[in-house]
Write a protein that binds this ligand. Sequence first.
Ligand SMILES: *[C@@H]1O[C@H](CO)[C@@H](O)[C@H](O)[C@H]1NC(C)=O
Ligand SMILES: *[C@@H]1O[C@H](CO)[C@@H](O)[C@H](O)[C@H]1NC(C)=O
Ligand SMILES: *[C@@H]1O[C@H](CO)[C@@H](O)[C@H](O)[C@H]1NC(C)=O
Ligand SMILES: *[C@@H]1O[C@H](CO)[C@@H](O)[C@H](O)[C@H]1NC(C)=O
Ligand SMILES: *[C@@H]1O[C@H](CO)[C@@H](O)[C@H](O)[C@H]1NC(C)=O
Length: 199
Amino acid sequence: MLAFLILTMGLLPAHTTGSPTCTPLVPADMDNATVNRLLGHWVYIMGASQYPPHMAEMKELKYATFTLFPGRNEDEFNVTEIMRLNETCVVRNTSKIHVYRHNSTLAHEEGQEVSMAELIHSDKDLFILKHFKDNHVGLSLSARTAEVTKEQLEEFEAQLRCHGFKLEEAFITSPKDACPEAGEEMGEGSTATAEPRLG
Ligand SMILES: *[C@@H]1O[C@H](CO)[C@@H](O)[C@H](O)[C@H]1NC(C)=O
Ligand SMILES: *[C@@H]1O[C@H](CO)[C@@H](O)[C@H](O)[C@H]1NC(C)=O
Ligand SMILES: *[C@@H]1O[C@H](CO)[C@@H](O)[C@H](O)[C@H]1NC(C)=O
Ligand SMILES: *[C@@H]1O[C@H](CO)[C@@H](O)[C@H](O)[C@H]1NC(C)=O
Ligand SMILES: *[C@@H]1O[C@H](CO)[C@@H](O)[C@H](O)[C@H]1NC(C)=O
């Protein structure tokens, strides 16, 4: 899913709004604690792209989770991604993430495909990436659960606006489209109520 997200997060260069309320995104300080806290399970919440081919792909993505496991080497993670594309749940477990601490960059490798994103400083239960693809920039928000607080959501939405996105262009996954996790029954459990409101 990260490859998918990173690849699909390309944007046309965003025009600056000049809004005085835009606080710059701060890259995460990549100490051991920060890198270690990336381990485990994450739920993709929302993201935005203004790059038409990528928007089309994002429309297929209804729900996505990903889990980071310790990889073979230090600062390397193995990744399992579970996502619903249209109606179908797909599992990918062959990709890796390399952590470059010096520039807060995560490089997602799937086969020959490498995509880069900067890890943004955030609450510890959030996973915010600023994606780079050629000269295009994108933003994505993931969290430990499908539920984020109203404040967290509003803060991310403000960042989208600051990066020149219209909120109605933002792409949001819905917990009702959740795929069964390994060892979980279909339709079980999660009554996540994150219902991001646009505008
Ligand atoms: C960070 O972790 C590595 C091993 O994973 C260890 O060698 C190093 O001492 C740790 N650094 C700090 C500041 O704890
Ligand atoms: C990570 O993936 C590699 C294959 O790419 C595999 O050999 C290794 O066992 C995996 N590590 C873990 C902890 O699953
Ligand atoms: C998802 O649906 C769209 C439109 O119905 C279709 O064009 C696309 O190929 C589908 N994608 C996948 C991965 O099934
Ligand atoms: C990926 O999933 C397949 C099928 O479930 C499994 O056979 C394989 O061992 C898994 N690979 C990794 C690296 O976890
Ligand atoms: C971060 O550093 C890595 C390794 O030096 C490099 O490949 C990557 O392009 C850098 N990322 C950014 C966003 O500059």
